[in-house]
Design a protein around this ligand. Structure first.
Ligand SMILES: Cc1cc2nc3c(=O)[nH]c(=O)nc-3n(C[C@H](O)[C@H](O)[C@H](O)COP(=O)(O)OP(=O)(O)OC[C@H]3O[C@@H](n4cnc5c(N)ncnc54)[C@H](O)[C@@H]3O)c2cc1C
Length: 586
C-alpha cells in the first residue's frame, strides 16, 4: 500500500469519479470493482481497514448450509459459486476446510442432514465449468467413528459412531480485505484509513464528494468525487440519516451481536470444523483457526457502542456451555486465549410487522442526493455486492464498463519452500508468512534479515514475527499497536490473555518494531502500549471469569437465551430437520 501521507495528499488535491466510504470487505470490493472498470477511485476508512464487522466474522467462506433449511436456495447457490471463485482467485487466502457432523450412541447419521448435504454438493456445481480451472469440493460422505476422531480428536471421550464429512472454506477475514484493497490500489485506487467522513459535499442538491476528518493529524478537507458509495456496514444509516429516513422504504439498522471465543488447541483439539448443538435447535461452529480453536457464534440485539463491541458474559457462558456439553470438557472462561464480538446489521423498515433480517442479503438503495448505499450481505458474497453497487453507478453514467472482478487474481501465492531461510524463522514460520502474505512474504523476511531483532516471535506459542509489525507500519498503514495485534496479525484474538498482562512482552516487541518505521520515541511507544491496553479493555478481549461464572449459574432461560432461540443466527451453520440440532435429529 502507498504511504498514508501520499494517499492524503492525493485525496485533498485530486478529483475522483467515485469515493467509497468504509474500508471493510464491501468497501474494498467496491473500490476494486470500480477501479478495474476504469474509474478513478478514492476509499476512506474512519478507523482501520476491516475494523468493523469484517475483522469479527466466523472467517468462513461458505454457502451457508443453514439457509437451505429456509429454502433460501438462491442465496446458497450464489455464495457457493463465490466460494469456488475465491479459492481460485486467492488460493493462499481462502482455503478448503473439512467439516464434521458426528453421531453418537450407535446412531446413524441423520437422513435429513444427508439430503441437505446432497443439495449443497449439487448447488456448488456450475454447469460447463472447467474442472482443471475451478475449485470444487469433494462430495460429502459418511465416515466411521475412527475417522471422525482423526478430524476431531477431542471427541475421543464420547466415542462417536459415525459422521458426515463435507467441505466449506475458511479465511483470515482481515487479510482478505487487505488483499482486495491492495489489488484496488494496483488499479489506481487511492486508499487511506483514519479518515472519518462527517458529511456529504453537495452541488445543486447532488452528492459531489465527502467531508473528511483526519483523525490522526486533525483537520478536515473536502474530497471531491462525482459519485459517493456508502459501504459503512452497521454504520450505514449514520452518514445521512435525514436523507435516508425521510425517503420511502429505506430500512433502519438494528445491530445484533455475535460473539466468538478462542481456546488453546491442547484444550479442544479439532482439525476440522465441528458442528455443535447448542440447545433450542441452534448450533455453533468449533473450528481450527491459525493454531487455536475458534468457537462461535451467538446472535442477539445489541444497543451499545458499535465502535467497540465487547462479548457479553452471557454469550461467553452460552458458548462454553455448548462446547462443554458436546465434548464432555470443563473449559472455563479463565482458560480462554481470547474472545471477540461483532455486529450484524439487522434491518427493519420501522414497521415491526415488516422487520426482516437482511444480514446475509445485500441491500442497495439510492437516495435523493444520488448517494448509493450498499449494506448487509456476507463476507463470502463481497464481490457480488460490489458488482451490484458499481453496476448502479455505471448505469447512471451510461458507461460501457463491465465488471471484471471474476478474473482478477487476488494477491500472489508463494511456495513456502521458496522463501529464504533465516535463523529464527522455522518451517512453520515460513509457511505462516506464505499463507498470510503470499509473495509479499519476501518483503517481510527481508526486513527480518536486515534487522535480526525482527525475526523474534511476538508471542511464544504462535509463529507471527516482529518483522510483520514493521511491515504493517511501513506498508499497510498500521498506526497503533492495536492495529497490528488485532488486524495485521490476529494475535489480539488468538493470545489476548497473555498480551493483556500488565508487563506483557508481545506488545513491547510490536511497539519497538513499529517505532523503527514510524520514528516513535520512548514516550510515544509507552503511550502506544497504554493505548493497546485501553483498546483491549474496550473490546473485552479477555472475558471476566467471575462475570461469566455468574452468567453460567443463572437460570437456563435468560432473556438473552430466549431471544437467541427465537431468532436463528445469521451465520449459524446447521441444517437438519427444521428446528432440530444435528445430534437431536439423528
Ligand atoms: C458474528 C458474525 C460472524 C460472521 N461470520 C461470517 C462468516 O463466517 N462468513 C461470511 O460470509 N459472513 C460472515 N459474517 C458477515 C460478514 O462479516 C459481514 O457481512 C461483512 O464483514 C460486512 O462487511 P462491510 O464492509 O459491509 O462492513 P464493515 O466490515 O463493518 O465495514 C464498514 C466500515 O465502514 C467504516 N466506517 C463507518 N462509518 C464511517 C465513516 N463515517 N467514514 C469512514 N468510514 C466509516 C467502519 O469503520 C468499517 O470499517 C459475520 C458477521 C458477524 C457479525
Amino acid at each position: 500500500m502507498i504511504p498514508r501521507a501520499d494517499a492524503l495528499a492525493s485525496l485533498e488535491r485530486d478529483e475522483f469519479d467515485l469515493v467509497v466510504v468504509g474500508g471493510g470487505i464491501t468497501g474494498a470490493g467496491v473500490a476494486l470493482d470500480a477501479a478495474s472498470r476504469g474509474y478513478s477511485v478514492a476509499l476512506v476508512e474512519k478507523s482501520d481497514f476491516a475494523a468493523g464487522t469484517s475483522s469479527r466474522s466466523s472467517k468462513l467462506i461458505h454457502g451457508g448450509l443453514r439457509y437451505l433449511q429456509n429454502f433460501d436456495l438462491g442465496l446458497v447457490r450464489e455464495a457457493l459459486l463465490e466460494r469456488s471463485l475465491l479459492v481460485k482467485l486467492a488460493p493462499h487466502v481462502v482455503k478448503p476446510l473439512p467439516f464434521i457432523v458426528p453421531t453418537f450412541g450407535g446412531k446413524r447419521p441423520d437422513r435429513m442432514m444427508g439430503v441437505g448435504l446432497n443439495m449443497y454438493d449439487v448447488m456448488s456445481w456450475r454447469r460447463g465449468r472447467d474442472e482443471s480451472e475451478e475449485w470444487s469440493p469433494e462430495r460429502h460422505r459418511t465416515i466411521d467413528g475412527a475417522e471422525v476422531l482423526e478430524f476431531v480428536p477431542s471427541l475421543a471421550g464420547r466415542e462417536p459412531t459415525a459422521g458426515y464429512l463435507f467441505y466449506d472454506c475458511q479465511t483470515d477475514d482481515v487479510r482478505l480485505v487487505l488483499t482486495v484493497l491492495s489489488e484496488a490500489e494496483r488499479f489506481g485506487a487511492v486508499i487511506a484509513n483514519a479518515c472519518d467522513v462527517t458529511g456529504l459535499v453537495e452541488r445543486d442538491g447532488r452528492a459531489a464528494g465527502v467531508l473528511v476528518r483526519d483523525t490522526l493529524a486533525g483537520g478536515e478537507f473536502e474530497l471531491c468525487a462525482d459519485n459517493v458509495i456508502n459501504a459503512t456496514g452497521v454504520w450505514a444509516d449514520r452518514l445521512r440519516p435525514e436523507e435516508l429516513y425521510s425517503e420511502e422504504e429505506v430500512p433502519r439498522i438494528r445491530p445484533s451481536r455475535g460473539t466468538h471465543l478462542t481456546l488453546p488447541r491442547e484444550l479442544l483439539d479439532v482439525r476440522a470444523g465441528a458442528i455443535v448443538p447448542a440447545g433450542g435447535g441452534r448450533t455453533v461452529f468449533v473450528l481450527p483457526w491459525l493454531g487455536r480453536t475458534l468457537v462461535g457464534t451467538t446472535d442477539n440485539d445489541y444497543e451499545g457502542d458499535v465502535d467497540h463491541v465487547p462479548p457479553s458474559a452471557d454469550d461467553v457462558a452460552y458458548l462454553l456451555k455448548a462446547v462443554n456439553g458436546f465434548f464432555g470438557t470443563d473449559v472455563r472462561a479463565g482458560q480462554l486465549t481470547g474472545a471477540y464480538a461483532g455486529v450484524r446489521p439487522l434491518i427493519s423498515t420501522g414497521d415491526p410487522k415488516k422487520s426482516v433480517d437482511i444480514s446475509r442479503r445485500a441491500e442497495l438503495y439510492e437516495t435523493s442526493s444520488g448517494l448509493v448505499t450498499i449494506t448487509g450481505g456476507k463476507l463470502t458474497t463481497w464481490r457480488r455486492m460490489a458488482k451490484m453497487a458499481v453496476d448502479r453507478i455505471v448505469e447512471r453514467d451510461g458507461r460501457d464498463a463491465p465488471c471484471r472482478t471474476h478474473e482478477i487474481q487476488l494477491g500472489e501465492p508463494v511456495d513456502p519452500g521458496s522463501l529464504p531461510e533465516l535463523t529464527g524463522v522455522d518451517e512453520e514460520g515460513r509457511r505462516h508468512l506464505a499463507e498470510r502474505y503470499g509473495h509479499a512474504a519476501q518483503l517481510v523476511l527481508r526486513l527480518a534479515e536486515a534487522d535480526r531483532q525482527l525475526a523474534r516471535r511476538i508471542s511464544p506459542e504462535l509463529p507471527d514475527i516482529a518483522a510483520e509489525a514493521a511491515y504493517a507500519a511501513g506498508h499497510e498503514q498500521a498506526h497503533s499497536v492495536a492495529d497490528v495485534l488485532l488486524r495485521r496479525t490476529r494475535l489480539g484474538l488468538l493470545d489476548a490473555q497473555r498480551l493483556c498482562e500488565p508487563d506483557a512482552e508481545g506488545p513491547r516487541v510490536v511497539a519497538e518494531a513499529m517505532a523503527g518505521q514510524l520514528g516513535w520515541d520512548a514516550a510515544r511507544s509507552q503511550r502506544e502500549l497504554e493505548g493497546w491496553q485501553e483498546v483491549a479493555r474496550a473490546e473485552g478481549l479477555v472475558p471476566e471469569a467471575a462475570a461469566v461464572a455468574t452468567a453460567a449459574a443463572a437460570p437456563a432461560a435468560t432473556p438473552a437465551e430466549a431471544a437467541r432461540s427465537a431468532a436463528p443466527a445469521a451465520d449459524e451453520p446447521a441444517p437438519t430437520a427444521p428446528g432440530a440440532a444435528p445430534e437431536e435429529a439423528a
